[in-house]
Design a protein around this ligand. Structure first.
Ligand SMILES: Nc1ncnc2c1ncn2[C@@H]1O[C@H](COP(=O)(O)OP(=O)(O)OP(=O)(O)O)[C@@H](O)[C@H]1O
Ligand SMILES: [Mg+2]
Length: 252
């Protein structure tokens, strides 16, 4: 469904950040991306959804046998493909002064044009879809609350609902449980996991034990390349290699 083919990305200072990153993702998969801070995980997610253009390589979204290249597209065409990719950003930010429902409705990247929402408001169908997205992550009861009054865990669930409102076939989540306590981490991941029935999820994690508990597969990046792609249960020698200076290991 998603094919990432040989993504290479240089930084403005000329440093090669990502080198020939390739992998595929299918509906039903929950892929955990691991790697040291600064290795390029966020940049990789941005390349996948077209927010950043790689120097070479391709990202192809193949839905219903209709493959579409993401990079190289512009304007409306890019927005149309990107609508199929939900994104939860690192440290997801809601518009504090808007209600939860308004955050979901206005955050639907590409689904509703800002101009139209400002001019005409939302249709009943759109409101129902936003409420249903909130229900999927157990926060429908918070629809009328101002975003600034939510707890961190609730905000993160609203950020997921905002992504779901787009009806994505691929959900990218950059550290979806960063800054959450253990209980809220579980709550958020317990809501995320079943969404793989309808989509593929690729999420960045810093805790390998969460990847082991929730993901169906792990991908690790080191020195700009994929050094591990396999079982989410990573051995200590694999982890030492990813985060330290241990010897190279084979993917399981
Ligand atoms: N637009 C940019 N201009 C210059 N450098 C950038 C840019 N975007 C990212 N970088 C650099 O690229 C490197 C990788 O950044 P990235 O945010 O992808 O790391 P990360 O793996 O997500 O780290 P973390 O786990 O801390 O979130 C960092 O050194 C960062 O400073
Ligand atoms: Mg990051």
């Amino acid at each position: 469904m998603l094919a990432v083919k040989g993504i290479t990305k240089k930084l403005p200072d000329g440093r090669l950040l990502l080198r020939e990153i390739s992998f595929e993702a299918k509906k039903g998969e929950f892929i955990g991306i691991l790697g040291e801070s600064g290795v390029g995980k966020t940049v990789l997610l941005r390349c996948i959804n077209g927010l950043t253009t790689p120097d070479s390589g391709e990202v192809i979204l193949n839905e219903d046998g209709n493959p579409q290249k993401i990079n190289g597209k512009k304007g409306q065409e890019l927005r149309r493909i990107r609508r199929r990719i939900g994104m939860i950003f690192q440290g997801s930010i809601l518009v504090k002064r808007l209600s939860v429902l308004e955050n979901v409705l206005t955050g639907g990247l590409g689904r509703i044009s800002t101009m139209r929402s400002l001019l005409y408001g939302f249709t009943d169908k759109e409101v129902q879809a936003a409420l249903s997205a909130l229900e999927k992550v157990g926060v429908k009861h918070l629809a009328g609350r101002r975003a600034e009054t939510l707890s961190g865990g609730e905000m993160q669930r609203v950020a997921i609902a905002r992504a779901l409102f787009q009806e994505p076939c691929l959900l990218l989540a950059d550290e979806p449980v960063a800054n959450l306590d253990p209980k809220n981490t579980e709550v958020v991941l317990d809501y995320l996991k079943p969404l793989t029935k309808e989509m593929a999820i690729i999420a960045v994690f810093h805790a390998p034990e969460l990847v082991s508990r929730y993901c169906t597969r792990a991908i690790a990046i080191k020195d700009g390349t994929v050094v591990y792609d396999g079982s989410p249960h990573l051995s200590s020698s694999v982890l030492e290699y990813i985060y330290g200076t241990g010897p190279a290991v084979k993917s399981a």
